[in-house]
Structures are given as structure tokens and as C-alpha cells.
Design a protein around this ligand. Structure first.
Ligand code: NAI
Length: 413
């Protein structure tokens, strides 16, 4: 592994923001003294490779891919931000081995999803999707048949994490009773109650809303057998991941009248872009609301994503805090000691690295005021505050260690 270093201070970094990232991110980073280049499109491979030669930090959304070959040819690059939820567009393992943390914004759109789910509970209870379509076609379907209030009904939430628990709070404000099932013990919010099994939740709920991640355990979690356990006339909402529900089984339950409706935002196969056609067995079924994976797509969420990732950039570049990075040993650091410089070193995780670094410090007659280390299987990440006369000599010697991958001077110099 060759050593790569960025011996620069925390401000004045050259940051490249692609794909129309929200202007709040540009502003926050410029305020910190960074030089921001913003580009509205996703550059092709060649253009991206060229841009990465002159930028140390890159922010992208879902269209730009950073495979291993591009990362390996960008020695300047020291920090990546995915201004979205997913991070699979970046080769995370390669970024890790090159000492590049990758941040994302996993919770900036939580509230947006929860609000949409609540809207769908009411839409399903009142068949608003179908009535709306009929009215647009000139049909006047004024009837109370099959329309219900949600007050007093039971909403069963599967997965009581960030989104599930927000749905819980909003649902109670509408007078719904909330029960939830989670594999991890979670504090019930408001008057909600946890149930022991998924089967119990399915048997007791008038509405079931899924908020689990995509894991081996959740794939196909709602199949024909589970749907059968749901109350006759109940409705299902899935704004989690497309793999969680067996779509043919759901379609059959709607056709047979066992379920009164469904709202589905995520699908096992989704079109890659707006120009591609969308096909699903659920199309054309009564009281079925289909949306194009927009649960988290609001202007507020975009702004919040911009702020969240920019804040991660700032605290990594200023303090060396890697907390929240998806591919990096987590370090959360206190403020830099007055009178000290702060050095960050990413190294191969082999025995003796800290000893070697500390010997360099002592050879230079310097004093370590604080030191924090975190490791994963491949790399170690150490950040230390040092009182030293010869800061650049210290930096050079640490950088020259055969174990070093990336060494930088952070914070106030
Ligand atoms: P989270 O990680 O905060 O919560 C997930 C919860 O599910 C956790 O409490 C976890 O313990 C629980 N869980 C995991 N496996 C389970 C199992 N087998 N049975 C029961 N519970 C289980 O995640 P968050 O942020 O609430 O997101 C939930 C889902 O929503 C994710 O799949 C995410 O991809 C999706 N999502 C969809 C969006 C959209 O646009 N439709 C936007 C944002 C997120």
C-alpha cells in the first residue's frame, strides 16, 4: 500500500459538489473557508476522473459512481459524501483501504416518509385514490360505502426504528391505536404497545405499515402466509424496501377481497430513471395506491440532507470526527487542546503502529495532550493533539511510516 498524505489545514479545501446538491451545503462549506465547485450534472467517468485530480473532497448523489479504479487514480481525494441515503454507488471497501471516509444522510428524510404513510392510512380508509381517479374521469362516486374513519382503529408498525416511531407519534395524534413489532426492544412512544410476534401484530391490526431494513430476515417477510393472518378488510402499507413484500401474494389478497387496499412506494424492481416504464402486478387493482419511491422525496428532506452531510464534512475536516461514516472506524473527538496541533493518521491495522507514532513524538521532544484510536479489520484511525515546535517535521515522519495510508493536519494550526 503506498502512502498518501494531505498536509493541509482544515479550511481552504477544494470541494466538488455534483448533481445539484442543495445550496445550503455550498453555503455551510464556504462559510468554513472551503473552496466549493458546484456542478449540476453527474459527470461522465472521464470528466469525473479529471475533476478528482484537483479536488480533495467530493459530494455526490445517486447517479455518480465511484468505483475502485476511479478512487485508486485520485490520490488527492480524502473525503466523500453521499448526499442521499444509499451509498452503494461508491466502492466503500476500496475507499476504506485508501483511508477515505464516506458519509451519507440516513435520517434526513425520516419525517417525510412518516408523513406520507399517515396520509396513506387515511387515503386507504376513505378510498381517496380511487375516488380521485373516478372524479378525474367524470364519475361522481358520492357514497359512504367502504369508507371509514381511522380514529380508534389499530395501526400495526413493523420495525419501530426512526421512521416507524415517527409514524407512531403522528398516528396517535389522529386517534389511531398503535402496536408495533421489532426484533430489538424499543421504548414505546406515547400510548403505543409492543407485541411479541409478527403474527400477533398481523392478527390485531386494521392497517399494517412496514418500516424494516432490507436484510436476509426481512426479505419476503410479508408473504402469502403472513398476509393470510391479516384481518379481513385490513390494508397494507409498504414504504420500506421492495423486497419485504411478496407482490403476487399481495395482489391476490386484494383481488380476493381479503385485504381492502394497499399503498406501495417501493418495489422489488424499480425503473432506473423517470424515462423508463414501470410495471407491476398491482397496477389497476382497487384501492391500491402506487407511488414511485417518493416516501423520502421532499424539498425539506433535500435541504436537510445538504445540511447533514455538510456538517459531517465540517466536523471531519476540523476535528477528525468520523462518527456516522459508513466505512470507517468511528471516532468522536472533543475540541482541540489550546496550543496543540491536531494530527490525523490512517494506517494499516497491524501491531505496533501507535508505538511507532509515539516514538516519533518523543524523539521530537513533543508532548501528546490527547490521543484517540479506532480500528476496523483493515485500518486504524488515530487522531492526536500534540504540543510540538516542528509540526511539519512530525507530520512528515508520521506520513513516512510504512504503515501510513493518509496523514493530515486538522483543526487550528
Ligand atoms: P431504522 O434502522 O431506524 O429502523 C429499522 C427498524 O427495523 C429497527 O428498529 C430494527 O430493529 C427493525 N428491524 C430490523 N429487522 C427486523 C425484523 N426482521 N423484524 C422486525 N423489525 C426489524 O430504519 P429507518 O430509517 O426507520 O428506515 C426503515 C426503512 O425505510 C428502511 O428499509 C429504509 O430503506 C426505508 N426508507 C424508505 C424511504 C422511501 O423513500 N420510501 C426513505 C427512507 C427510508
Amino acid at each position: 500500500m503506498s502512502s498518501a498524505t494531505s498536509t493541509v489545514k482544515s479550511s481552504g479545501r477544494k470541494i466538488l459538489l455534483l448533481e445539484n446538491i442543495h445550496p445550503v451545503a455550498h453555503e455551510a462549506l464556504r462559510k468554513e473557508g472551503h473552496e466549493v465547485t458546484a456542478i449540476s450534472h453527474s459527470p461522465d467517468r472521464e470528466e469525473l476522473s479529471r475533476l478528482l485530480q484537483t479536488h480533495e473532497v467530493v459530494g455526490l448523489r445517486s447517479k455518480t459512481r465511484l468505483p475502485a479504479e476511479l478512487l485508486q487514480k485520485a490520490p488527492q481525494l480524502s473525503l466523500i459524501g453521499c448526499f442521499c441515503i444509499g451509498t452503494d454507488q461508491v466502492d466503500l471497501a476500496t475507499a476504506n483501504s485508501l483511508g477515505i471516509p464516506v458519509f451519507n444522510a440516513p435520517y434526513s428524510n425520516t419525517r417525510s416518509v412518516a408523513e406520507m404513510v399517515l396520509a396513506e392510512v387515511i387515503m386507504l380508509a376513505r378510498q381517496l385514490g380511487d375516488r380521485n381517479m373516478a372524479a378525474h374521469k367524470g364519475q361522481w362516486l358520492k357514497s359512504a360505502e367502504g369508507s371509514r374513519e381511522v380514529r380508534g382503529k389499530t395501526l400495526g408498525i413493523v420495525g419501530y426504528g426512526h421512521i416507524g416511531s415517527q409514524v407512531s407519534v403522528l398516528a396517535e395524534a389522529f386517534g389511531l391505536r398503535v402496536i408495533y413489532y421489532d426484533v430489538v426492544k424499543k421504548l414505546p412512544l406515547g400510548n403505543s404497545q409492543s407485541v411479541e410476534t409478527l403474527a400477533e401484530l398481523l392478527r390485531r391490526s386494521d392497517f399494517v405499515s412496514l418500516h424494516v431494513p432490507d436484510t436476509r430476515a426481512t426479505r419476503g417477510m410479508l408473504g402469502a402466509a403472513e398476509i393470510k393472518l391479516m384481518r379481513p378488510g385490513a390494508a397494507l402499507i409498504n414504504a420500506s424496501r421492495g423486497t419485504v413484500v411478496d407482490i403476487p401474494a399481495l395482489a391476490e389478497a386484494i383481488r380476493s377481497g381479503h385485504l381492502s387496499g394497499a399503498a406501495v412506494d417501493v418495489f422489488p424492481e424499480e425503473p432506473a430513471s423517470n424515462s423508463q416504464a414501470f410495471k407491476s402486478e398491482l397496477q389497476g387493482l382497487p384501492n391500491v395506491i402506487l407511488t414511485p419511491h417518493i416516501g423520502g422525496s421532499t424539498l425539506e428532506a433535500q435541504e436537510s440532507i445538504g445540511l447533514e452531510v455538510a456538517a459531517s464534512f465540517i466536523s471531519y475536516l476540523r476535528d477528525g470526527s468520523s462518527l456516522g461514516a459508513v466505512n470507517f472506524p468511528p471516532l468522536s473527538l472533543p475540541q482541540q487542546h489550546a496550543g496543540a496541533i491536531r494530527i490525523a493518521n490512517v494506517h494499516r491495522n497491524v501491531p505496533g503502529v501507535l508505538g511507532s507514532i509515539n516514538s516519533i513524538v518523543s524523539d521530537l521532544g513533543a508532548n501528546i495532550l490527547g490521543q484517540a484510536l479506532a480500528t476496523d479489520e483493515r485500518i486504524g484511525f488515530v487522531v492526536m493533539d500534540v504540543e510540538v515546535q516542528e509540526a511539519h517535521e512530525l507530520l512528515r515522519r508520521v506520513e513516512d511510516l510504512p504503515t501510513s495510508i493518509r496523514t493530515s493536519l486538522l483543526g487550528q494550526v
